[in-house]
Design a protein around this ligand. Structure first.
Ligand code: C2E
Ligand code: MG
Ligand code: MG
Length: 460
């Protein structure tokens, strides 16, 4: 116990008592705080680094694995259930991760947000790390139940091995992150081992993202339009807007090669908004009753303000809502949040039509049809390509029958041959789109086609 005595100006003394054991406790607490994440009480990044440096610094450092983790769809939980629920879920994930690792020397850390990292020590081979990664994907993916609510997240992992993938903490962590990044870009709920060459791919991707970011203000994007045929009447009933990127350095880039990157950086929100406005203003000059279909990414709908941006595009162009069709994929519906459902219902209430794109390529498609009312199903072109196979033909017939039953228009994508169109006509498929009917073309060309069709109809 310390006692400090200080004389006062007006006479007398002030005595300060200080308890050393208390101070020591405070100091220990401070050190703990500096090294741990306050929410989950797991080691934080700096502590993780320390432990990793320690393990690597040992005279005969043993092989180990660094696992870099990132939760999938955590943002949706936060958005839907609120931050307290998100915090609770992070604590549960922390506990599950600690259960998943077995060695007492293993370290589970939280780096912040929904990022975690693990040092798995004493591994004999890559197979041990793979086993742990699999276990983690399974354990973290189980539902989280709290106050009658059920939440779901997934996890993606990147793995770097010592000594194979690097000798120091920095290299190992970067390489694990690189593998994680690759895994994330290929799909969720996966683990990936680091491979040499990933860094080159990563640099390429970064360059693409930077170019993309600048391309919007430089007006490098264009829309092409592909006609859609009503099989019964033999008339074109509308078109789908398809984005193109005319890059001075890269040439004409197909959406398959830039949409994913635009989604990753969030640029898709602005880019999609641009496409929506542009498409609506083009369609406003088409003959009445011609519909315009616009592709919409999940990120746009989740960004908030999507309904407003659709309404604004309609108002600005003067296009009636009933002539706009939004094409969404099943990934939009996989989001369990009600916000997405609410936005889509709101738009549908205005008369905007919702089409389910690439039908058949996702999971449990039929279940989604019950939760999300849609106006149209677009059968993915992979099914139309294999239409001469008996099993594929049976699936296509079933989907067409289902559409008829539910009062949903069915459009076949990727129709390239007369034989395919014949088969679709016989099965009662409503609409067709594909190179046979027309390739994606410039707005002016399609507009000419639509107007001459309208003239023909009037004179006939
Ligand atoms: P999607 O919405 O399924 O569009 C149809 C794709 O199939 C287009 O590819 C089109 O050119 C292609 N296609 C049409 N007919 C045929 C055919 O007979 N045979 C074959 N083999 N292919 C055909 P594209 O233009 O490369 O677009 C690819 C995907 O990129 C689109 O698939 C869509 O998911 C996405 N996309 C395009 N524009 C946009 C956009 O403005 N926003 C968003 N979020 N995604 C877009
Ligand atoms: Mg589409
Ligand atoms: Mg499609």
């Amino acid at each position: 116990l310390f006692v400090l005595r200080r004389p006062l100006a007006g006479g007398g003394w002030v005595a300060t008592f200080e308890d050393v054991t208390e101070r020591r406790r405070v100091e220990e607490r401070m050190t703990h705080l500096a090294h741990h994440d306050t929410l989950t009480n797991l080691p934080n990044r700096s502590m993780f680094r320390e432990k990793l440096d320690q393990a690597l610094g040992e005279a005969k450092a043993k092989p180990l694995a660094i696992l870099s983790l990132d939760l999938d769809r955590f943002k949706a939980v936060n958005d839907t259930f609120g931050h307290p629920a998100g915090d609770w879920l992070l604590k549960c994930v922390a506990k599950r991760l600690q259960h998943a690792v077995r060695g007492s020397k293993d370290v589970v850390a939280r780096f912040g947000g929904d990022e975690f990292a693990i040092i798995q020590s004493g591994i004999k081979s890559a197979a041990d790390a793979e086993k742990l990664a699999k276990r983690i994907v399974e354990i973290v993916g189980r539902p989280y139940r709290d106050k009658g609510r059920e939440m779901h997240v997934g996890v993606s992992l990147g793995i770097a091995l010592y000594p194979g993938d690097g000798h120091d903490a920095d290299t190992l962590l970067t390489n694990a992150d690189m593998a994680l990044y690759r895994g994330k870009s290929e799909g969720r709920n996966v683990y990936r081992f680091f491979e040499p060459g990933m860094d080159a791919l990563m640099r390429e991707r970064r360059a693409l993202e930077a170019d993309l970011e600048a391309a919007l203000s430089k007006r490098e994007f264009e829309l092409d339009f592909q006609p859609i045929l009503n099989i019964g009447s033999g008339e074109i009933v509308g078109a789908e807007a398809l984005m193109r990127w005319r890059s001075p350095s890269r040439g004409l880039v197909s959406p398959e090669n830039f949409i994913a990157a635009a989604e990753e950086t969030g640029l898709i929100v602005q880019l999609g908004d641009w496409a929506l406005r542009k498409a609506c203003s083009v369609a406003a000059h088409w003959p009445p009753e011609m519909r315009m279909a616009v592709n919409v990414s999940a990120a746009q709908i989740k960004s908030g303000g999507f309904a407003r941006s659709v309404i604004s595009a309609l108002a600005f162009s003067g296009l009636p809502a009933s002539r706009l069709e939004l094409e969404i994929t099943e990934t939009v519906m996989m989001d369990e949040s009600n916000a997405v459902l609410r936005t889509l219902s709101q738009l549908r209430g205005l008369g905007v039509r919702i089409a389910l794109d690439d039908f058949g390529t996702g999971y449990s498609s039929l279940g989604y049809l019950r939760r999300f009312p849609v106006d149209k199903i677009k059968i993915d072109r992979s099914f139309i390509r294999d239409l001469d196979r008996r099993d594929t033909a049976a699936i296509v017939r079933t989907v067409i029958g289902l559409g008829a039953e539910l009062g949903i228009t069915v459009t076949a994508e990727g129709v390239e041959t007369e034989a395919q169109l014949d088969m679709l006509r016989k099965t009662g498929c409503g609409e067709a789109q594909g190179y046979l009917i027309g390739v994606p073309t410039k707005a002016a060309d399609l507009s000419r086609l639509l107007h001459s069709q309208a003239l023909l109809r009037q004179s006939g």
